[in-house]
Design a protein around this ligand. Structure first.
Ligand SMILES: Cc1ncc(COP(=O)(O)O)c(C=O)c1O
Ligand SMILES: N[C@@H](CCOP(=O)(O)O)C(=O)O
Length: 462
């Protein structure tokens, strides 16, 4: 399997090279040159298998020939053994045809664990094999950071630098990162927002001179392995609900677009999907683009669903690459324009996107209303991100007869502010975290400048 850049200029890479890199050197994101396809029979055979076995079968074609089957099966099995639920990602029925896919039973209580528990193990495997060290630079709006630290901190060949927006993540999210006092983990609170942090990470990939030849690795969904691991749960949920014999729909709380893009990959690989609903908070660029062809930046708003406080949605580029029929030049031109002025998609690609994707945007007041309503109806306390997906599933679904799966992307205990504002007393943290609020913290606050952040990395890496 070879991987190519969405901007068409960078060299094609192998799986190992893609995992050990970040942005392509033309500024694009890597995607598989061709996608594997699962026949109806292969999908039907997955029904009833363990999550780890489905994961092995779905991901094997992407790594084929680069990690032997026994080793890869071992990495996958170990990754999902860290989850605190036998089903790994249990599917909960809410009403006749609406289901919640609980993605928060991993070590850090959000869907990011699904990919980062595996990515940490893949990095460890490849770096040890090569006897190499690497530096991780990641940006987080709250969940990727702790999942990356938890997934990678045991790899002594890695130094991990995570940038989060100062005072714009929840207390639990911050402490999940800053209370890890390992000597290869460095947390930086930047005086800016998530977009600033992500831009600095991308600029660091574009020009790595400051690292004097050390390898720089991405843990954000820039890294193809993140997307690959997330494809699995769409297939697992789909076959559990009757695929390939019937279609399934998904409502996905979205921002950086890695989650729903992975679903789209599952669809392209043969999973029968009727509809993807992109749910956003008040940072609604994806919704504006889909509904009004308004692909333009607006000021980033701080919301009750802070992990989705993102304007520049990284993986939307991967979808655009497909919608523009893999024309890297057209994608590069569009995204260069987007950085400097309001822009719009060409008509044909937009029409292609609208065939499979719908969208819905949910403001803070509605998030609170949904948390209350959903609790009244189902007994569940949703986290504020899941609440956007729940409301979008109700309002934007194409039909009632296709099973609808709303992705429950985080545990409500991470977001006390929203839960308490909705009128509840709060949700306890799981026992492995019950002393989190008393643990010692360590992090540095830096101005949101590339120079300050890169100097910090140079000064602290081992
Ligand atoms: C809890 C939660 N829900 C939803 C999202 C949105 O996912 P994505 O960025 O993959 O679109 C994120 C982070 O981005 C998140 O942390
Ligand atoms: N919501 C994310 C933002 C980063 O997204 P990623 O999927 O590209 O890592 C977070 O919680 O950090």
């Amino acid at each position: 399997m070879r991987y190519v850049s969405t901007r068409g200029q960078a060299p094609a890479l192998s799986f190992e090279e893609v995992v050990l890199t970040g942005l392509a050197n033309d500024g694009g994101l890597y995607v598989p040159e061709t996608l594997p396809h699962f026949s109806a029979e292969a999908l039907a055979d997955m029904a009833g298998l363990s999550y780890a076995e489905i994961a092995f079968r779905v991901m094997k074609p992407f790594v084929n020939g680069e990690i032997d089957d026994d080793t890869f099966r071992g990495l996958v099995t170990d990754a999902y053994a860290t989850f605190n639920h036998d089903a790994v990602l249990p599917l909960k029925q809410l009403d006749a045809n609406h289901f919640l896919l609980e993605q928060f039973h991993g070590p850090t209580l959000a869907f990011k664990d699904v990919a980062l528990q595996l990515l940490g193990r893949l990095l460890d495997h490849f770096l040890k094999k090569r006897n190499e060290r690497a530096v991780i630079m990641g940006a987080t709006s709250g969940d990727t950071g702790s999942a990356a630290i938890e997934g990678c901190r045991h790899c002594d060949n890695l130094d991990i630098f995570i940038l989060h927006p100062h005072n714009r993540v929840s207390e639990v999210q911050r402490r999940q990162m800053t209370t890890v006092l390992a000597n290869n983990v460095f947390n930086v609170a930047i005086e800016g927002n998530f977009d600033d942090a992500q831009a600095m990470v991308k600029q660091s990939f574009a020009n790595q001179d400051f690292l004097n030849g050390s390898r720089l690795v991405a843990v954000n969904s820039i890294n193809w392995a993140r997307i690959m691991a997330q494809i699995v749960y769409y297939v697992a949920a789909g076959v559990a609900l009757g695929a390939p014999h019937r279609e399934v729909s998904f409502s996905v709380p979205s921002a950086n677009f890695g989650n729903v893009f992975a679903g789209y990959m599952a669809y392209k690989m043969g999973l029968p999907v009727k509809q993807f609903i992109i749910a956003t908070n008040a940072n609604d660029i994806l919704h504006r683009t889909l509904t009004a062809n308004d692909f333009s930046k607006r000021e980033l708003a701080a919301t009750l669903a802070p992990s989705m406080d993102i304007v520049v949605s990284s993986n939307f580029e991967r979808l655009l690459f497909d919608a523009y029929e893999r024309d890297g030049h057209a994608v590069a031109a569009l995204l260069e324009r987007f950085q400097i002025e309001p822009t719009a998609l060409a008509e044909a690609p937009l029409a292609t996107l609208r065939e499979k994707f719908s969208s819905f945007s949910v403001d803070d007041a509605t998030i609170l209303e949904v948390i209350r309503e959903a609790h009244h109806r189902t007994g569940e306390i949703l986290d504020p991100h899941t609440a956007t997906g729940y409301r979008a599933a109700e309002r934007a679904r194409a039909d009632q007869s296709t099973p609808m799966v709303t992705l429950a992307t985080a545990h409500p205990a991470k977001f006390a502010e929203a839960v308490v504002k909705a009128g509840f007393q709060g949700v306890p943290l799981p026992t492995h975290m019950d002393d989190l609020l008393e643990r010692e913290e360590r992090y540095s606050v830096l101005p949101a400048t590339l120079e300050a952040v890169q100097q910090f990395v140079v000064d602290n890496r081992r």
